[in-house]
Write a protein that binds this ligand. Sequence first.
Ligand SMILES: Cc1cc2nc3c(=O)[nH]c(=O)nc-3n(C[C@H](O)[C@H](O)[C@H](O)COP(=O)(O)OP(=O)(O)OC[C@H]3O[C@@H](n4cnc5c(N)ncnc54)[C@H](O)[C@@H]3O)c2cc1C
Length: 366
Amino acid sequence: MALSSKGREHEHSFKIKQNWRSPARDPLNSIVKSSIRIPSMPKFKENIPLAKFANYRIGGPARFFFEAKTESNVAWAIAEAKARKIPCFVLGGGTNLLMSDAGFDGLVLKINISKIGAKGNLITAGAGITMAKLTNFAARNSLAGFEWAGGLPGTLGGAIRGNAGCFGGETKDNIKNVRSFNMETMRFATRNVMQCGFSYRTSFFKKHPAEIILEATFRMKKGDEKKISAALREKKEWRKTHHPLEYPSAGSVFKNVPLSKIVDRRSKEYRLAIKDRTIQYQGSSFSVKTDPIPVIAAAKLIGESGLSGMKYGGAVISPKHTNFIVNSDNATARDVLVLIAIAQKKVYRKFGVKLEPEIQIIKAAA
Ligand SMILES: Cc1cc2nc3c(=O)[nH]c(=O)nc-3n(C[C@H](O)[C@H](O)[C@H](O)COP(=O)(O)OP(=O)(O)OC[C@H]3O[C@@H](n4cnc5c(N)ncnc54)[C@H](O)[C@@H]3O)c2cc1C
């Protein structure tokens, strides 16, 4: 997202709020400097290869890179990016994106706020915590509600933004509120679950890319630690056998297709498909999954289009799960993009369905 020059006013007001003092106007400054060790100011790193921060292991260098461990780190980094007039990209665990081979000509801001705590049935966690740590913390505290997320890669921030989901559960399910920082207005806000505008793989935050998710509070249920841990393990095991975890990837490349995109929601055929959990479409038989809305699997559409195992450069449409395009041999972003384009074209030709990418495709500069 490019930062506009109108942000300068906000940057100023942020500095004032932080009791910033001009050295020239502050007579105490030189005395303080000589008597107390002032903690060093945070600094952007430069020319950092993004491939090591992306689960795909693909991506050129970020011109600037900064890991924010606190909310004020985030505000500082954005003010600094505005002052330098450079675009900013917010990075979580890098498990749902394809970085450009040319890297990112701006600031990549990695959210590493990873504090976590429980009070009664409530869990509050920073956006940078991994879903693995969050779900294990819930289990250790005998708090149920995240069992669906066993083995879900990435951070809490990424999961909230895309309303990540699986096994019939979604990130939105237990959310009480989400705290965020707006890069344009430089303001913090807390939204309740309604205001977060969650629906299938989307949220208010995805529709408003200036919002940086900082923290969320979840309303959980009392449960049994052993049962919760067993449910999490079961989901992890399922993933090991069904997903090509042996190769770097960004998970499912395309969103599953809502049943309503292929048959009219008011038709008898739609009702029957829900009841029988299956539908015949263009000569193929599709299972109808609840995800949590009725969908047919993008993987099946790709498989039925004869694309399983198709290779381009170092990228392959995984025969283990045809909605995964894996990096099997030093793939470039271009290799993956070529396979994405082929899958979209072939599926459209055979089924008249437009596959929509679920992964975020990051260009060299916003
Ligand atoms: C093997 C595998 C299996 C997967 N299985 C599933 C699955 O079952 N269900 C599912 O839904 N997804 C799945 N995914 C995709 C991915 O794990 C999730 O979408 C995850 O929630 C992304 O989180 P992240 O922190 O890695 O986000 P990133 O990949 O870092 O970022 C994704 C997007 O979110 C934005 N973002 C990240 N953090 C923040 C923040 N704090 N504030 C604002 N924006 C932010 C980024 O700018 C980017 O646009 C899978 C991925 C893999 C590799």
